[in-house]
Design a protein around this ligand. Structure first.
Ligand SMILES: [Zn+2]
Length: 272
């Protein structure tokens, strides 16, 4: 038992070091992002084992691949987003700190609900990333959840049909990976599977709502473009809406909390 755990912790740390080094090499993570990912990865792989590692790796690599996918077309939205390119420490922590906490809790109290909540958390961030990275390529102009006006692709809180469908697939496939036979610590049940997929998808919808209504939005005084950035065209931008500290990282963090809460609520409602 102790020997098995020591081996898992050792292998988890090695795997995490390998993945974060590769991610840094391929410019998927900044140097502080790679350090944060190493730490979180070591905790999750080490305490949770392969059942926890695989969904996390799926999220990380599918998101990184989609960020790179048709990046030439996405470059024109570069000045709308707060951050683009390699993910930094705050982005990694916003997406992963709750997953790390749940993995550790499962290690002490191994309950199927904790594992399911872990999947709901990752499903939320995966659905959000897939929705954003594929939705931004939508040929139809997205509609803002705030006032239902048409907005430019990439705007926080804007949704499109293709982006919404991609979010649903993002949640679905992440949870599917979480239930791979022989790897998952929890046996597959259709009802449980659907509850987690819905929690993840709804969590990512809350992400869009928070983006539309509460996230800080700025206006550039030089080029008059709206942006999530505090500086633009080398000048300080002016905040036009939202809460000043509520940036994209906080929105991701809060929506993954919502994904977890939604899972527990749905589980309660369905009497699981
Ligand atoms: Zn500007």
């Amino acid at each position: 038992m102790i020997l098995k755990l020591a081996l898992q912790l050792f292998l988890g740390t090695v795997l995490s070091a390998l993945v974060s080094t590769l991610a840094y090499r391929f410019k998927l993570l900044t140097s502080d992002g790679a350090s944060a990912a190493f730490l979180l990865g070591a905790i999750i792989f080490g305490t949770g084992g392969i059942g926890f590692a695989l969904p996390l790796l799926f999220f990380f690599f599918s998101s990184s691949f989609l960020s790179r996918y048709k990046s030439g077309q996405k470059i024109k939205y570069k000045d709308v987003f707060e951050k683009t390119g390699a993910r930094d420490k705050n982005q990694v922590l916003a997406n992963g700190v709750l997953a790390g906490a749940l993995s550790f809790i499962y290690f002490i109290f191994p309950s199927p609900s904790i594992y399911s909540a872990y999947l709901a958390c990752l499903a939320t961030v995966n659905a959000d990333t897939w929705g954003t990275e594929i939705g931004i390529l939508s040929k139809a102009q997205p509609i803002s959840l705030r006032g239902f006006k048409r907005v430019s692709p990439g705007s926080s809180g804007g949704i499109s049909l293709i982006g919404t469908a991609s979010s649903l697939f993002g949640s679905f496939f992440l949870v599917l990976v979480g239930f791979l036979p022989g790897i998952s610590p929890v046996p597959f049940r259709t009802e449980l599977f659907l509850i987690i997929v819905i929690a993840g998808f709804s969590g990512s919808f809350i992400d869009s709502l928070l983006g539309a209504f509460l996230q800080a939005q700025y206006l550039c005084p030089i080029c008059n473009k709206s942006t999530e950035r505090k500086t633009h065209c080398n000048f300080d931008t002016n905040r036009v809406s939202g809460i000043s500290w509520l940036n994209n990282d906080w929105v991701n963090f809060l929506s993954s909390i919502c994904g977890i809460i939604l899972f527990f609520l749905l589980q309660k409602i369905c009497g699981n």
